[in-house]
Design a protein around this ligand. Structure first.
Ligand SMILES: NC(=O)c1ccc[n+]([C@@H]2O[C@H](COP(=O)([O-])OP(=O)(O)OC[C@H]3O[C@@H](n4cnc5c(N)ncnc54)[C@H](OP(=O)(O)O)[C@@H]3O)[C@@H](O)[C@H]2O)c1
Length: 325
């Protein structure tokens, strides 16, 4: 039996139940991993509350990101062996001391990346990678707006966009978060709970507006985010911490300057194994050379997953959070 955090009925953070579960031996194409750290992500709350339905029904083990050591390999697994240091993003099952993972979703960790770093960055950092390199290629001199700049994805994406030479503007919920975002690549911060962020973006960019807006907030920042984008620019709506955006008339993209809009997810960008490895390697590269740091600002025992979710949804966290089994 191993410790795990399961959801038996969807709801608030209190439905996260710490208990002991059986993990079977690895089946065809699977590896058994002893997890050293589990990442905490906003998507974990969407599954917990039922906004994203669990593909395996109830109960399910929460969590979508982890890192650890291979303890056993199942039939058909040829490129992983016992003792390998690995990390992964997989749908559910990560809030546990041990877990089975499909081998084709596993990435081997370079020796300079710790388990804790990996658990804090695989989902958030690979998301930042595809957003700044694939959804829209950020280049030198571009104006980039990132909402929730002091968050998990936020701090990584701001550093990466800065490294690529962009002028990085970040919205944040408090003065402390503004200072943190500035220390992590943001050139300009906007206190979007007090200030009109559209007016501030106009002022900061001298009326040019942004080439791309990365919006993980959803309902509360839409459609104002569109007013921050230059003609033919890109709206990347990659999350919904404030709730999902309601249906809208697509003509709004025409009236606001023939904008491009997308609702991307890492699942699509990393669906092919070669893309997963390319995205992960790109992330290991920028972290390895120090261009991007991964601040782990909250560490919790696995049994305290309820508190981890309360803090995340209560806007009380910055950077990445991890659970330690
Ligand atoms: N599509 C993908 O592939 C993908 C992958 C990973 C993550 N995501 C998305 O990226 C976003 C960030 O995820 P994360 O795990 O890094 O979380 P996070 O940014 O660390 O935490 C969420 C932050 O959102 C801000 N926020 C604004 N309104 C909020 C509200 N009503 N309730 C709670 N928070 C609110 C808060 O920052 P302030 O106090 O500064 O406002 C809060 O700290 C999420 O939308 C997530 O779903 C998408």
């Amino acid at each position: 039996m191993v410790a795990a955090v399961r959801v038996h009925k969807v709801g608030g953070p209190e439905v996260l139940t710490y208990e002991q579960i059986e993990i079977p031996a690895p089946g065809q194409g699977q590896v058994l991993v002893k997890q050293h750290a589990c990442g905490v992500n906003f998507i974990d709350t969407y599954f917990r509350m039922g906004m994203y339905p669990s593909p395996i029904g109830l109960p399910f083990v929460a969590g979508n990101e982890g890192a650890g050591e291979v303890m056993a390999v199942g039939p058909g697994v040829t490129d992983l062996k016992v003792g390998d240091r690995v990390a992964y993003v997989v749908g559910l099952g990560c809030y546990a001391a041990e877990r089975l993972v499909p081998a084709d979703r596993v990435v081997k960790l370079p020796s300079n990346i710790s388990y804790e770093q990996a658990a804090a960055m695989m989902l958030k950092g690979m998301t930042a990678e595809y957003l700044v390199r694939r959804t829209f290629r950020v280049e030198k001199g571009m104006n980039v707006l990132m909402h929730a700049a002091a968050g998990g994805v936020g701090l990584i994406l701001c550093q990466w966009a800065n490294y690529l030479g962009a002028n990085v503007i970040g919205t944040v919920g408090s003065k402390d978060k503004a200072a943190l975002a500035k220390a992590n690549g943001c050139h300009h911060t906007i206190l979007y709970r007090d200030e009109d962020f559209v007016a501030r973006v106009k002022e900061i960019t001298g009326g040019k507006l942004c080439d791309v807006v990365y919006d993980g907030i959803g309902k509360a920042t839409f459609p104002a985010s569109l007013d921050c984008i230059r003609p033919l620019g890109m709206f990347a709506s990659f999350g919904s911490t404030s709730g999902q955006i309601d249906a809208f008339n697509i003509n709004i993209l025409q009236t606001k300057g023939s904008l491009f809009a997308t609702r991307p997810t890492l699942n699509t960008y990393a669906a092919k194994r070669e893309d997963l490895l390319a995205i992960a390697n790109d992330l290991f590269d920028v972290v390895g050379k120090g261009a991007v740091r991964v601040p782990i600002n909250q560490k919790y025992a696995l049994r305290d997953a309820v508190k981890a979710h309360r803090d995340l949804e209560g806007r009380a966290t910055t950077g990445s959070s991890i659970l330690l089994p």
